[in-house]
Design a protein around this ligand. Sequence first.
Ligand SMILES: [Zn+2]
Ligand SMILES: [Zn+2]
Length: 542
Amino acid sequence: MTTDIISNTSHNSTASERFHAADADVNFRSIDGTLFSIHRKNLETHAGGFPPSEFQTLDEVVQLTEDTSTLELLFQYIYPQRLPDLETVPFTELASLAEAAEKYEVFSAMYICHTRLRSLLPDHMMDIVAYASKHGYPDIIGDVAPLMLDKPMTEMMTILPPDLFRAWILYYEHWNRVRQHVIQTDVGQCGHSSILVHVLRKLADLKSYRNLDDVFSMEYVCCESMKRIARSMRENVEKSMKTIPKYTELVRERFARNENKASEDIKPKEEPTIVRRRNTGVTVNDENSQTKDTKSDTFSATDADVMFRSVDGIIFAIHRKNLETHTGGFPPSEFETHGEVVQLTEDASTLELLFQFVYPKRPPDLDDVKFGALLALAEAAEKYEVYGLMYICRKRFRNILPDHGIEIVEYAGKHDYPELVGVMAPLMLAKPLAEVLAILPPHLFAAWVLYQEHWHNVRISATTDRTISQSCWCSQCSRSTSIILRRMGAVTSFRDLATTFHIDTTCCGSTLATYKKWREAVDREIKSIPEYTKFLDRNNLH
Ligand SMILES: [Zn+2]
Ligand SMILES: [Zn+2]
């Protein structure tokens, strides 16, 4: 509880002018020392957050953490009287009242504050969004969602609770796709203007989409053909923007999916991975398939004391002491009795490789193992904690990135190998955030958000920065610049600056010099992006 009951005599308090009825039976003191005498029955019938049992005796004063003006407003909501006019209340007092209403569950005040705060938007936007996140009002966030598109993703991750943040990622991604689409759609060009370049620079920034009149301002227009181009471009932008769902729709979808997922979770779990079956010997009949088990050629020592059966029915005879000394995941106590065969879920080819790593001999060369088999082996190594093999698989994966990038990142996320994600990170920039979110655990994802944001900032500054000025605006040079800007619509274009800046012809050397300066500036920014793994220790966000 945030309320402390302290003695009445310890403070020199002044009584509230409005709340000092002699027959009131509970006394509260504000943080700045004003006494409020309140009727218990009004608290009980209007608020859920003042538990009546806490206030048993008359001569006790309950110390609250709110100030006088907040309580003066709050207590008016528990009496049957005309309510205060919140339109004249300054924002900071209104915000305190809203917090107090939520804390003590004064329902009418909660509702009225919510409505009033919502009506103030977009003023005090981030304060109101923080309030909405804290108390679960996605409608408020939805109202200003388009205005927050240029907020850093990291800021949104800090403000929004996980579910609302996931919906935010989806929302942002819809916008980002629209931006990329409209920038990369070639709508043609007039013979003599630089206007397209200006429009492309503006459209590179999601902020601009709030005011398309400004983006397509007619003051720039040079000729009839540019007018047509601008019109069709604007139509394309508006049409694409209409495909973006509302933020609140995404929140609802998100919650609907969570409910489905929750009901799936109630279903009984799969059988544990190690199924033990009583059998009399090494060669036994499988109850299910009735096929005869065969022995592994490699692992058939007669003095072996633990028997495993692969999912495809091959028996492996292994020495207990080797399992004990090479693995952490085959608990020896599980295999006390001789004559038991332990059923594993891996196939024979995986186990054939796996068990070679529990014996002191030269391990098999994994270079020739196909990727699918290697992944199965790596998963088995993690499951049974075959440490040597775990290490070797990790190194091997590192070498074969990026051929199987996403599968390896998934494996890295599952088993917490950030360095593998780091190697792959620059190649994952094209992945929608929502997909990365599905693959990486929260701490690796939070680092990913920070990392990819640096790349997006490079994209924004490279495409909107006008400090690198072009001196020739002939049709050829304007065309070249707009080609580069279109390429820069995709953040992945910054991984390969040679291709991004490759232009066949320009009319003059001055534009080539401009591009050279432009490219150098971009290159400097890219080089200043820290490696993915550097972001790991800096965040503990969700
Ligand atoms: Zn023109
Ligand atoms: Zn030129």
